[in-house]
Each structure stands twice: as C-alpha cells, then as structure tokens.
Design a protein around this ligand. Structure first.
Ligand SMILES: Nc1ncnc2c1ncn2[C@@H]1O[C@H](COP(=O)(O)OP(=O)(O)OP(=O)(O)O)[C@@H](O)[C@H]1O
Ligand SMILES: [Mg+2]
Length: 380
C-alpha cells in the first residue's frame, strides 16, 4: 500500500469524507465537485498510475488489500466507486466497514453484461435481443436467430468498445468462440439506429429522482467523441420515455447516486444499450452546462443531502480529447472549458475533455464547429 496514512492526514473533521474506489478522471471530477460544496474525497487507486495525485488524499493498493481498504474506510462518512470494474469482494468487504452507495447489490446486478441484459428483460425494458452462448453451436443458433452481423460483448471488464467485436460471417463466429475470454461473452443483435443518446439520472436517499436532459452521443470506433446537450429537435415524449426507463431501473435497484443509461434512438423509439452504475462521460457537460453537475449531485445523493437542479443552462457540447491533450493556446480564444485529466498520452485514451456552451443552439453549434476545425488542424 502506498499513500496517505490515515485520519491524521484528513482535513477539518467538519467536512464529510467520501471514500472513492478508483482514481481515474471520474474520481478527479468528484474531488473537484466536493471542493465546491465542502466535501472531502479520498481516493483508492488500484494501479501504479494516479491521475489524481495532489488533487486529494489517495491510497494506492491492490483491490484485495484489506489493510488498505480499512484505511480507506477509517473516518469516512460514506463510500462509492467511480469505476464499475471493482471486484465484488472488494465492495462487499468495504460495505462491512462503511455505508457504500450505490449498494454492492447494484454491482451484482449490472457488472456482468449477462445479468444486466437479463434485468432489462425481466423489467420489460426495451433492449436488443441477446443470448449467452455455452458452445459454438449456440453461437451459430444466435446467428441464425438474430441474423448477421452480430455483436459479441465480453461479459465482464469491457469499456470504450474494448472486449467487443462485430461478427459478419460464420468464420467470425468460430473465431469469437475460440478466442473467448475467461468469463465468456454475450451475443447481441446488431441494432440499426439513427443516433445514440443517453440519460443521466440521480436517485436520492429519500427516493427523489432527477434527470438531466437526454443528450446525443457521437462515437468513433466504439469510443464517445462528442456529446450534445440538450438536443433541440428531440420531443418531450422522448425525454419522458428515457426518464421512465431510468426511473424503473433506479427504483428496482434501490439505487442511490448517479446512473447513466446509454440508448439507441430510432425516431421516437428507444432501445437500451447498457447501464453505467456511476457518473458518466456523457454527463461531463453538466459541469458547465447544467444548474448542478452530475458529480455534485452524486455526492449530494450519497450523503443524503437535497439534490441540485438538473436543468440545462444554455446549450453545451463536450468533446473528448483522445490520445493527447491539445495545447491550451489552440483553443483559449474560444471560451472553451478545458479539463485536462493529466493522463500519460496513449493512443485512443481519454486524456481530457473540452466543453463549449452557447446561449442558443446556433451559438453552441458555431462554437463547436470552430473547435472541431481547430482540433482537426492540430492532428493533421
Ligand atoms: N448491438 C449493437 N448494435 C450496434 N452497435 C452497437 C451495439 N452495441 C454496441 N454498439 C456500438 O458500440 C459502442 C460501444 O458499445 P458499448 O457501450 O456496449 O461498449 P462499452 O465498451 O461498454 O463502451 P463504453 O464503456 O465506452 O460505454 C456503442 O456506443 C455503439 O456505438
Ligand atoms: Mg457504452
């Protein structure tokens, strides 16, 4: 274990302390939100690298280091996670030391894609037909039933499109089966959609639910590149349907905190892609573009405080910076809000994001267009 030594290093006891499993950019933004509302966060970083160093006290230790987890819980008001790929045993152990929100049972239900899809079916929520194959024959059966192409998704551990492949022919099906990882995969019908969107919602301890506006998400190679919030042309009916889906899940899971539902849209029809049981990349725009950000409301919810307003303020666009962070001078005349996660540059890695906000859709779109031109010019 490396990192802070316990209560002695905690700041003024008057502040509630939130213990966060994970130390990536989401943890960093939780820390920053906490600083604005008098909440101290303490991070648990499982890898050797920490992007949050200096931002908050951090413990660097393995997920199964019980001494380090005791240290994390010591004096904490509540605990949470910023990444869903935390071993269930870690969350169960921590739950015996301190209240964890969302509860460990949420992870049990959604961490494994097979159980998550089963939950949607059980609740009658719309999602692409799927199956969990036991052998090559059942993979072929899925291909016959759903048609090709099919999407194979690892049951555990996938993110940013990793752990996924599109199967276009029988040879792909055979290869996917032969190269399956230790936990297997699910096979899902390929959904044709006009666009992708998501709803980020928050459930308080008292049962209150608030939703931010549904946002449009643009992806490249399975990675989110741009979020537009809110979408000017989408109907109140679409927002209501997305809210109904999210509320059903939040209530069923006895959820406390922020949750995101990723959706495929075809006109007025929504199909669930997946649930993220945490603050989400498609909610980063809320830092500058909404009355209360997803990060602040997550802290509010898990601490039992009243929730903040989720209404948008103007029109926002969030652009992910992948691989490297552009130098500030390229964009500083554009009124861009710059979030540098201080990650080591690596191809395809989310290293930061930029947000522009306009008073009107036209202003937002014009700013986004200029920003995208500048970014394209840097990468040429
Ligand atoms: N059934 C499907 N049909 C068509 N496209 C799909 C399907 N499932 C996923 N995709 C595409 O792949 C992208 C990534 O898929 P998904 O969200 O399931 O993976 P992920 O690795 O969990 O990604 P992340 O963690 O970044 O959200 C989706 O946003 C969508 O563009
Ligand atoms: Mg996704």
């Amino acid at each position: 274990m490396r990192g802070y030594a316990g209560k002695a290093e905690m700041s003024a006891e008057a502040h509630p302390v939130v213990a966060v499993l994970g130390g990536g950019q989401l943890g960093r933004m939780l820390v920053q939100a906490g600083q604005r509302i008098g909440v101290d966060c303490r991070l648990y970083v499982p890898g050797p690298e920490t992007v949050t160093s200096g931002a908050a006290p951090a413990i660097s230790a393995a997920w199964d280091d019980e001494d380090a987890l005791r240290c994390l819980a010591d004096g904490a008001t509540v605990a949470t996670w910023e990444v869903e790929h935390v071993p269930l045993g870690t969350v169960a152990f921590l739950s015996r030391l301190v209240q964890v929100y969302p509860a460990a049972s949420v992870l049990v239900n959604v961490q494994d894609r097979m159980l998550q899809k089963g939950l949607f079916d059980c609740l009658g929520l719309p999602t692409a037909p799927w199956m969990a194959p036991d052998d090559l024959e059942s993979c072929r059966e899925a291909a016959a039933r759903f048609g090709l192409p099919l999407v194979a998704k690892a049951r555990l551990g996938g993110y940013d499109g990793r752990g996924q492949r599109i199967l276009r022919c029988d040879a792909d099906v055979v290869e996917a089966w032969n190269q399956r990882g230790p936990y297997g995969f699910i096979l899902e019908r390929f959904v044709s959609f006009t666009d992708e969107c998501s709803i980020v919602s928050v459930h308080g301890q008292d049962g209150e639910i608030r939703h931010w506006p549904v946002v449009e998400n643009r992806h490249h190679d399975g990675i989110l590149t741009t979020t537009l919030a809110p979408h000017p042309a989408w109907s109140p009916g679409l927002q209501a349907r997305a809210e109904a889906i999210a509320s059903t899940l939040l209530r069923k899971l006895n959820y406390v905190g922020v949750m995101a539902v990723e959706l495929f849209r075809n006109g007025e029809v929504l199909v669930i892609n997946e649930v993220a049981p945490r603050v989400h990349n498609s909610g980063h725009w809320t830092i500058e573009g909404a009355r209360c950000s997803q990060f602040e409301n997550h802290l509010r919810a898990i601490l039992g405080r009243p929730l903040g307003e989720t209404a948008a303020q103007g029109y926002a666009a969030m652009v992910n910076c992948l691989g490297t962070m552009p130098d500030a001078h390229h964009t500083e005349d554009l009124g861009v809000h710059r979030h540098d996660y201080r990650h080591q540059p690596r191809t395809g890695r989310k290293v930061g994001h930029l947000t522009v906000v306009g008073a009107t859709v036209a202003e937002r779109d014009a700013r986004l267009a200029v920003l995208q031109q500048r970014l394209a010019a840097i990468t040429v």
